[in-house]
Design a protein around this ligand. Structure first.
Ligand SMILES: [Zn+2]
Length: 205
């Protein structure tokens, strides 16, 4: 689990990041490849806009989950039951086609005396979402990041998402949802805790 997060390069690990000009030239090549003319009026500023959008869409490479989660946590006495943040909307891009993946994450943990600020969970989802991903890896990375930093009794992550590479091309299956889960600690070993997570996610919508 640990290895999944650590082995995933953040941009600071990647040498020789191309210049903005090189990135814009690459977009012009793709426009020509698609069959259009990058010099026509409507497309003149497109490479600049695409590169700017990429900066935002892939900003997760510039951030580490540990920086968001921090190393100090709020101590709570007496509360050790499930903390669930559900229906966290996110968008990502699949690493196979660089097409959007749009969905929701449900993230729960069982505190061991310490809790996270709730907004931090949503920010961790964003950090891993704003990279090229597979849904399976992203699910495991969110669980691993929370597990490694907070050290709770267990973490449960479920992601439900639609992959545009399945909807817009290939098998053309619009509206199909892919569901992935990762469980650690008590959520992995205790079927009752896992069932409780599932019913809380599926329950009162
Ligand atoms: Zn894909």
């Amino acid at each position: 689990m640990d290895a999944i997060v650590k082995n995933f390069p953040s941009h600071t690990d990647v040498d020789g990041r191309p210049s903005q000009k090189e990135a814009e030239d690459a977009v012009r090549v793709l426009l020509r490849w698609a069959g259009d003319d990058p010099q026509r009026e409507g497309l003149i500023d497109t490479p600049t806009r695409v590169v700017k959008a990429y900066k935002e869409l892939f900003s997760g490479y510039d951030l580490a989950a540990e920086d968001v989660l921090g190393r100090t946590f709020e101590e709570v006495a007496g509360f050790d039951d499930i903390v669930l943040v559900k229906d966290i909307p996110f968008h990502s891009h699949c690493e196979h086609h660089m097409l959007p993946v749009v969905g929701h994450a449900h993230v729960a943990y069982l505190p061991e005396g310490r809790v996270l600020g709730l907004s931090k969970i949503a920010r961790v989802v964003d950090i891993f979402g704003r990279r090229l991903q597979t849904q399976e890896t992203m699910t495991a990375q969110i669980a691993s990041a929370i597990n490694e930093t907070l050290r709770p009794r267990g973490v449960a992550v479920m992601i439900e998402a639609e992959h545009m590479c399945m909807a817009m091309r290939g098998v053309l299956k619009q509206g199909s949802t892919t569901l992935t889960t990762t469980f650690t600690g008590a959520f992995k070993t205790d079927a009752a805790e896992q069932a409780r997570f599932m019913s809380m996610v599926r329950g009162f919508r």
